[in-house]
Structure formats: C-alpha cells, structure tokens
Design a protein around this ligand. Sequence first.
Ligand SMILES: Nc1ncnc2c1ncn2[C@@H]1O[C@H](COP(=O)(O)OP(=O)(O)OP(=O)(O)O)[C@@H](O)[C@H]1O
Ligand SMILES: O=C(O)c1ccc[n+]([C@@H]2O[C@H](COP(=O)([O-])O)[C@@H](O)[C@H]2O)c1
Length: 240
Amino acid sequence: MLPKVILIACGSFSPPTPMHFRMFEIARDYFQQMGTHEVVGGIVSPVHDSYGKKGLVVAKHRIAMLKLALKSSEWIRMSDWETQQDGWTRTRITLQYHQNYINSLLSDDSNRDTVPSWLPGNLKQMTGTVQVKLLCGADLLESWNVPGLWENDDIEAILGHHGIVVISRSGSNPEQFIFNSDLLSKYRRNIEIVTNWVPNEVSSSMIRRLVSRGQSVKYLLDDSVIEYIMKNSLFGANSQ
Ligand SMILES: Nc1ncnc2c1ncn2[C@@H]1O[C@H](COP(=O)(O)OP(=O)(O)OP(=O)(O)O)[C@@H](O)[C@H]1O
Ligand SMILES: O=C(O)c1ccc[n+]([C@@H]2O[C@H](COP(=O)([O-])O)[C@@H](O)[C@H]2O)c1
C-alpha cells in the first residue's frame, strides 16, 4: 500500500484563482505517475485577517469565494481553521494541526461521524495514517529566503515532518534555489518539484488590479466568484 498524503495549500486567496486549485490537480497527477504516494485529499487554508497583506479582504469574503470556486471539485476542501484562531498562525502549526487531527480520527473508529467539512469525504473508509504535505507555487518556496519572514526551525520542521510539493512558476528556479541552501539541500528528498507544463500566470494581485480599474476578469476567474466580487464591491469594484 502506498503512503497516503493530504495536500494543503496555505495562502491569502484574495481572491482565489483557478491556478490555486489547478496546483492540486497537477500534484495529484504527478504522484499518480510517480507511483510513490496516494493523494487522498486536498485542503486550502486561507490565512487569518491579521496577516495583513496588501489586498487581503476579510476572511468572511475569502471563505465565501473559496466555497463558490470549490463547488465543482470532488476532492479539494476548504479549512477555515486558520481564520478562526486569535491571530496569524505559522504554516508549520497549520500543517501539524491538520495532520494530528486527521490521524487521531483515523486511530479511533468511534469518532468519525461528526467530522469537520475540510476532511476528505473518503475518510470513513480509510485506515492507517496520513502525511500532510505543503503544496505551493515556487514563489512561496522562494519566500523562505526573505529575511525575517520564516523561522529556520519551522522550515526544518515542515521539511522533516511533512514535506513540500512545489509547482513551477515562470521566473522561478526552485532547483537552483534548493542548491543554494544547505538546509533545503539536506532535506532534498522531501521536496517534490513538479513542472507545470501548462503554466498560467493569473495571480490574485493581477485580478485585484484589473477589478480596481473596472476591467474585465471574465475567463480568468470562476463566474460565480466574479459575481460575488461585484455584488460585494470587493477590490474596488463598483457595486451594481
Ligand atoms: N499562477 C500560479 N502558478 C503556481 N502557483 C501559484 C500560482 N498562483 C498562486 N500560486 C500559489 O498559490 C498559493 C497561494 O498563493 P496566494 O494566495 O499568495 O496567491 P497569489 O495569486 O500568488 O497572490 P498575490 O498575487 O496576492 O500574491 C501559493 O503557494 C502560490 O505560490
Ligand atoms: O510560517 C511562516 O513563518 C510563514 C511566513 C510567511 C508566510 N507564511 C504563509 O504563507 C502564505 C503566504 O501567502 P501569500 O498570499 O502571502 O503568498 C500564508 O498562508 C502565510 O501564512 C507563513
């Protein structure tokens, strides 16, 4: 039996773009081809409001947009756990929390009936344990180098206890980035670099820019997410 993996993408999702979900499909196909792991679920974890990044709309709206965008996915779920904490949660803690929660459920058949909505639907039939891996674009990996942003201990824990799946992004060179870091090179076996052969550079910031200028974002975002943005006048959109 292959080791079971749940992929978690942490981010702002302000707003969520199709690429945020496409990452999961690319990663699952990769593991299927490699035959090394079975991907049993995917989770997106929007960051707490206090993260305070420019362009971050309140969690209520980001959650609503994620729910709309994820309606068509059978296996990617949204966890609002981070948004419900008292403040910003470091990614290491988010990974640990979700992994511990899932594994404690799997170890006890009696408490599987009332499970949170972010858990994979097939959990009831699952046995054994799962490993939660961080799924991200190459830009997030490269943010590990930004002075004062990430703690080295956290990076080591993320790599040592979980592992990371990095989707290529144009303008990034994750192989080189890993080679340049002693810490990342030490944990190279826990870093999967996945080439996205159909790159798409739609980003939340580009969407925010277009919306704030009153320009169209049709075909870049799910129609239901566009409707939500317009209805709630998010990102400087004019209300209808
Ligand atoms: N076009 C893309 N290709 C690959 N990965 C992506 C892409 N867009 C976002 N991601 C990844 O999705 C995760 C969440 O990203 P985030 O919410 O910061 O989105 P973003 O579109 O990059 O946002 P912003 O433009 O506001 O910085 C990160 O791991 C990021 O690397
Ligand atoms: O754990 C950390 O030290 C850490 C430092 C910086 C950023 N993060 C996480 O990385 C994600 C970055 O999202 P974004 O939109 O800024 O690209 C978000 O989920 C943050 O909580 C995490």
